[in-house]
Design a protein around this ligand. Structure first.
Ligand SMILES: Cc1cc2nc3c(=O)[nH]c(=O)nc-3n(C[C@H](O)[C@H](O)[C@H](O)COP(=O)(O)O)c2cc1C
Length: 415
């Protein structure tokens, strides 16, 4: 069983994550995890926090001499803002977020922020300072998920499973990328005001050059107008074998696990698999993915065995009956525009309930859709990792791999 748990506050000392269930013998080091943490920090429209933090996860346990040992892997990611930055009232974060009692006084958050966890959070937890909610509900937590996701990706690489995310819409600017996407285009040094020669496609993680240009213009316009933007991400996983997940119980479906994992990302408001909502407008004869005859299978795969029952189309996004079909897995998610508007939404005072014209402002991005595509990769990796281990088990990766190869070799119709 693969599971993980995160801890930590946005301006606290740092973030912790424990991931359990990765078999022994998987090659892993801090530099590998650092690559995804750096990818999470790229994105035109992100705010000042990204310049303060250069995230790096320190491996505290579960790994020895560059290989997993089979025990829980724990990671520690320092919040650099904590030791150097200033919080409300110019007081140091070390005081504002001190875990020990403190004599220092500072401003509390009373002007509740619509669109954030503040209002239901303070009501439910009976706090009188919305910072007690903001600090944990902040998407800073997603840094820990991306670190855990990198470990899941490393595990999945052992089975040639690749996961990539990109952006298909920011603020109503739709991309029309050519598939299969050249992922290297999105990993180039990104465009920014400090690097005007950088890649615009990489800075918004959009595989359509014209759309990337327009997305950047749209982000600039939103910034000038003190507003924010949302968008759509698409995550694609290739190499997932047929039959991962299950149809037997509702909570064993790969589809329901992926939808829940994707919906858990802050600000994600809807998830679509394959052609998703478009199906409402189509006839069944045009939707369902017809199976290629055996004579065409070998041409479509080249791994030493074939992924059986390949399809002519992949409208389902790689799922049938809650299980993988062996086709690429395609997950899309809509991300709402940022709730913290520079000009401030009207709200009420927590203590009095009286109207105030501006909600509390905490340093904020204009958009974070490109970053969501990296978090989406991580959540998909963690879910696929869990379901691969459910299917193939194994205390050591050699055992998992042996089970996987035996399965792949035995599932051809003539075996
Ligand atoms: C990577 C990332 C960065 C975010 N940055 C901000 C931000 O700067 N300002 C903001 O208002 N919301 C930001 N959000 C969104 C909030 O975290 C989120 O809307 C809030 O926690 C409420 O959750 P909900 O939208 O799921 O209801 C960010 C989300 C993600 C995934």
């Amino acid at each position: 069983m693969l599971r993980f748990l995160t801890a930590g506050e946005s301006h606290g000392k740092g973030l912790t994550v424990i991931i359990e269930g990765i078999p022994a013998g998987v090659r892993l080091d801090e530099d590998y995890i650092a690559k995804d943490l750096a990818r999470r920090q790229v994105g035109y429209g992100r705010g000042g926090r990204m310049k303060i933090e250069t995230d790096r996860a320190e491996i505290l346990s579960g790994v020895r001499h560059g290989y997993t040992m089979g025990g829980p892997i724990s990671l520690w990611i320092v919040n650099r803002d904590y030791s150097t930055g200033k919080g409300p009232d110019g007081k140091p974060w070390t005081e504002v977020m001190s875990t020990n009692p403190t004599e220092t006084t500072f401003d509390t958050i009373q002007h509740l922020r619509p669109g954030h966890a503040d209002t239901p959070g303070i009501t439910k937890y009976m706090h009188d300072d919305a910072r007690n909610i903001l600090e944990r509900s902040s998407a800073r937590e997603s840094t820990a998920r991306v670190a855990a996701g990198a470990i899941a990706k490393r595990f999945l690489e052992e089975f040639d499973i690749d996961i990539h995310g990109h952006v298909t819409n920011i603020g109503g600017v739709f991309a029309n990328p050519r598939y299969p996407i050249n992922w290297k285009d999105l990993e180039k040094p990104p465009y920014s005001s400090e690097n005007p020669k950088g890649s615009k496609m990489a800075s918004v993680r959009c595989a359509d050059e014209d759309a990337a240009e327009k997305m950047i213009a749209s982000i600039d316009a939103a910034r000038d107008e003190g507003d924010s933007l949302g968008g759509i991400i698409e995550i694609i996983a290739t190499g997932v074998p047929i039959g991962i997940g299950d149809y037997i119980q509702w909570d064993q479906k790969l589809t329901s696990k992926i939808a829940a994992a994707t919906m858990s990302i802050n600000a994600v408001k809807g998830v679509e698999l394959g052609i998703g909502f478009q199906q409402a407008n189509m006839r069944g004869s045009k939707v369902h993915d017809v199976i290629k005859p055996l004579s065409e299978w070998k041409a479509s795969q080249n791994k030493g065995w074939e992924q059986p029952f390949p399809r002519i189309t992949n409208n389902s996004g790689g799922f049938e009956g809650g299980m993988s079909t062996g086709e690429p897995i395609i997950v899309r998610a809509v991300v709402k525009p940022i709730a913290t508007i520079i000009d401030g939404l009207p709200t009420v005072n927590l203590a009095t309930g009286e109207f105030v014209d501006k909600a509390h402002f905490e340093r904020s991005d204009i958009t974070f859709v490109p970053t969501c595509s990296i978090i989406g990769e991580s959540m998909l990796a963690l879910t696929l990792g869990e379901c691969m281990l459910e299917k193939f088990g194994g205390d050591n990766i050699k055992e998992t791999h042996r089970n996987y190869i035996n399965y792949m070799k035995s599932i051809m119709p003539n075996k």
